[in-house]
Design a protein around this ligand. Structure first.
Ligand code: PA5
Length: 447
């Protein structure tokens, strides 16, 4: 295990004893998880997912990625929530920051759809696909989610009009339930290549299924290494005792801070490529724990960017949160600050230093400032942004999330609250079966 969890920045606020007081409860959570006897135990397919993926399965996904990439400039990944955040997190973390403006060689550009209902967004996407050769990966576990279904209708329509139905069929891959849902029916009817999201893997825990692996492979990244990292982390976390187990300790410290009045966790990074890793993490923890009027609210910031926006609040606003810094020890490239003989910008004091040295000093300086501002600080470090390390990080966060949710006594694998907005939207759109609710809502809204 090369992931480091450092809790020294927590102990000035919640003592080590108080954190370790959660050890027994977290161990009980782990027992429930491993014995599959806890809440939501029909959704534990992710637990041994890394060790159960075979090389043949990975090779098959890679082959599909290659055939989808042929003569394709843009692959649209259509999905929402857990059906897109994992792949976006990994692809962004590994990609060149300007990849959308560069020629990616054999690998198409990846864009997303179905993660919003923006008319302009989807109109402009179709305009793009008019100019570029496109393909689509449509992902929906339920096969009935409105946003991706809507986007797919638009894109299917477009591809069929542009290429003819037969050619379009080979430019579409569907990832959905084995037998249920409208997307499964549609995919069978149209004869698409399909992959199955296992019944016992929930959306936000699905990045290591074809949901995440196919888009990541299309983007040209090594899914074997990603899975290998997750496998090693799975094995390590299974056996490590609490004292050496970062997932158990992260679950414990979160619960200790929460019971001490810290209702929000801010995940902070100092690497712009991690923006969507934070979005993935936000969903994983927010949707898993925020229920029964309980749970830590998950927020995210990109530093140093957001030190110039949310930095003021974090330093001096209300004290109801803690901060978790996700730190990357080593950058991919090296860049040194040049010396300037005139020194008009007065930056010669950092001349000769690597940019990352400056970033690391910003990170340390921020840590101390925020601790001085009474913000408890958790520090998670991985060696560098590689497929292997990201696979390990993803599995670490998933396991810790399940343990943390059980420790909070909630079911970390359901999301009943997501239905409320859907019901109202269907009623307002006059969907069959929602007529009565529609009348009530229109009256309330005065429309
Ligand atoms: O974690 C979850 O289960 C959700 O965020 C889903 O991923 C999201 O709602 C999309 O659902 P589906 O894949 O069924 O379209």
């Amino acid at each position: 295990n090369n992931l480091k969890l450092n809790l020294e920045g927590v102990y000035p606020f919640v003592s080590k004893e108080k954190v370790f007081a959660f050890k027994a409860k977290v161990e009980e959570s782990q027992r429930l998880l491993h014995s599959k006897t806890g809440k939501g135990n029909d959704f534990l397919g992710w637990l041994h997912l890394p060790s159960s993926i075979t090389t043949e399965q990975l090779n098959n996904i890679k082959a599909t990625a290659e055939s989808l990439s042929q003569a394709t400039e843009v692959v649209v990944v259509i999905g929402i929530g857990g059906s897109y955040l994992g792949s976006k997190a990994v692809i962004d973390a590994l990609s060149n920051s300007f990849s959308q403006l560069l020629d990616n060689g054999a690998h198409p550009h990846i864009v997303y759809a179905g993660q919003n209902i923006g008319e302009d967004y989807h109109y402009e996407l179709l305009q793009l696909l008019e100019k570029k050769s496109g393909a689509a990966i449509v992902i929906s576990k339920s096969g009935t989610t409105t946003e991706p279904a809507l986007a797919f209708r638009l894109i299917k329509n477009h591809l069929e009009a542009k290429y003819c139905k037969l050619v379009a069929k080979n430019r579409i891959v569907a990832i959905t339930d084995e037998s249920k849902g409208a997307l499964r029916t549609l995919a069978t009817q149209e004869g698409y290549t399909t992959y199955v999201i296992p019944d016992d893997v929930g959306g936000r825990y699905s990045v290591l299924t074809p949901v995440g692996l196919l888009p990541i492979a299309v983007a040209g990244f090594d899914i074997h290494e990603l899975v290998r990292g997750a496998q090693d982390m799975e094995k390590f976390l299974m056996d490590a005792p609490f004292e050496e187990n970062p997932a158990m300790q992260y679950a414990a410290v979160r619960n200790a801070l929460y019971s001490n009045g810290k209702k929000m966790e801010i995940l902070a990074n100092f690497e712009p490529k991690l923006h969507f890793m934070t979005e993935w993490w936000k969903q994983l923890y927010g949707e898993s724990e925020g229920k029964e009027n309980k749970g830590i609210f998950t927020a995210g910031v990109d530093f140093t960017t957001d030190l110039h926006s949310m930095g003021q609040y974090i330093q001096e606003g209300e004290r109801f949160f803690f901060e978790t810094v996700l730190s990357i020890a080593k950058t991919k490239h090296q860049l040194v600050v040049p010396t300037d003989k005139d020194n008009l910008d007065q930056l010669n004091f950092i001349a000769g230093k690597r940019i990352d040295q400056i970033n690391k000093m910003a990170e340390l300086g921020t840590k101390i400032a925020h601790i001085d501002g009474n913000v408890p600080n958790i520090h998670i470090e991985i060696p560098e942004l590689t497929e292997y390390n990201l696979g390990a990080l993803i599995y670490f966060f998933e396991k810790a999330c399940a343990l943390s949710g059980y420790t909070l006594d909630v079911n970390p694998f359901d999301q009943p609250g997501v239905e409320a907005y859907k019901k109202n939207m269907f009623a307002l759109l006059n969907k069959k079966g929602f007529e009565k609710e529609g009348d009530v809502l229109r009256k309330r809204l005065g429309i």
